[in-house]
Design a protein around this ligand. Structure first.
Ligand code: NAI
Ligand code: MG
Length: 359
């Protein structure tokens, strides 16, 4: 009898509840096919939590996440709350939950589904075989360093500081090595070690711990070169690990290789197996409530959860194969359809994927 994995479900706002509902169908099908067991607990978060509880991140939602093995998050936000003060904004809840759960890395796969190559702005032959993951440090670096203004000799100056310590670099780099071990065993560490002291420290740490992962091949690439190579030869990457700001930029660049935001999954991880899994897209208020959102990003986030938190590689693969099969058969939601008149809805897409899952 498999142990029961506790999943905290935070549907959120806009299309969040619509896409999360389909992801849960996929999890239920996994129980049926593979015998894994899940228990679900739902919590309020984001705009809906502001309306009902007066705060974007209620304590009981946070407690629910802390006792769970993994969190599945839809999306939060919407015009209704855009003009609220900071503490009453959905996005404040997002930063708060990542911090409270100690999630120091953000993981974004960019995988090309062959039949969607036409959705990308790059040439199909360049994209062929692209299957990479960006591992971005999430809680350090220049976004979190001291910032201030001062009067300089030529008027006002602004200062942002970038700080990394050895422990912060080591934990994210180890995580990236471990992810690479479960994939094609090729790690690209991205820095600007020709200029930045934090990057020199980063590279020292990477080189010091690399011998502990002898099965993983390591390369160092400078960030500006990496930005070029992502467009020139994306299929040559497997796992890319980098600091916060470089990762912010490179992960958005890598995301665009795939063409549609409705396809992109993500994980935020801390120490241990616990993780928060969510689509990269937001709450899409422009299409919310119409049953037309693409649920694939959220469904692929479940596959990531199975792989990274639970080690259920068989179930992860089953989901990814089912998504590929449904796309290969020509089914499309509006965001990825060339002929929009033939587009199918959120539920229809979810159900086709469930039906295509096999042991
Ligand atoms: P968005 O990702 O919600 O939407 C951008 C565009 O992509 C829209 O045209 C939308 O219709 C489309 N889109 C997004 N997801 C889709 C899907 N699954 N299927 C089909 N089409 C999809 O980004 P936007 O418009 O900048 O933000 C809307 C709200 O979401 C804002 O309140 C923002 O703060 C919030 N947001 C929340 C995030 C989160 O919860 N992690 C991340 C990004 C934005
Ligand atoms: Mg960004």
């Amino acid at each position: 009898m498999a142990d029961v994995k506790k999943i905290a479900v935070i549907a959120g706002d806009g299309i969040g509840p619509e896409v999360v509902a389909e992801a849960i169908k996929v999890m239920n099908k996994t129980e049926e096919l593979f015998g894994y067991k899940f228990s679900f607990e739902q919590g309020l978060f984001g705009g809906i939590a502001i309306d009902e509880k007066g705060t974007p991140l209620p304590q009981d939602t946070l407690d629910m996440c802390k006792r769970a093995d993994a969190v599945l998050l839809g999306a939060v936000g919407g015009p209704k709350w855009d003009n609220n003060p900071k503490e009453l904004r959905p996005e404040t809840g997002l930063l708060g939950i990542r911090k409270a759960l100690g999630l120091f890395s953000n993981i974004r796969p960019a995988t090309i589904f062959d039949c969607l190559k036409e959705a990308s702005t790059l040439k199909p032959e360049v994209l062929e075989g692209t299957d990479l993951i960006v591992v971005r440090e999430l809680t350090g670096g220049i976004y979190f360093g001291e910032k201030f203004r001062r009067e300089g000799e030529n008027g006002q100056e602004a200062v942002d500081t970038c700080v990394y310590n050895v422990a912060e670099v080591e934990r994210i780099v180890r995580q990236a090595f471990e992810i690479a071990q479960k994939r094609r065993k090729f790690l690209t560490s991205v820095d600007k070690a020709n200029v930045l002291e934090t990057s020199r420290l980063w590279r020292e740490v990477v080189n010091r711990i690399a011998p502990e992962y002898p099965d993983v091949e390591l390369e160092h690439v400078l960030v500006d070169n990496c930005a070029m190579q992502l467009l020139r030869r994306p299929s040559s990457f497997d796992v890319i690990v980098t600091e916060n700001m470089f990762g912010d930029i490179l992960s958005d660049e890598a995301a665009m290789l795939t063409g549609s935001i409705g396809m992109l999954s993500s994980a935020s991880l801390g120490e241990g197996a616990f993780g928060l899994y969510e689509p990269v897209h937001g709450s899409a208020p422009d299409i919310a409530g119409r049953g037309i959102a693409n649920p694939i990003a959220t469904i692929l986030s479940v596959a990531l959860m199975f792989r990274l938190t639970f080690g259920y590689e068989d179930a992860a693969k089953s989901i990814e194969d089912a998504v590929a099969e449904v796309l290969n058969a020509g089914h499309r939601t509006g965001d990825i359809a060339v002929d929009k008149s033939k587009a199918i809805g959120t539920q229809a897409m979810g159900e086709l994927i469930v039906a295509a899952m096999r042991k």
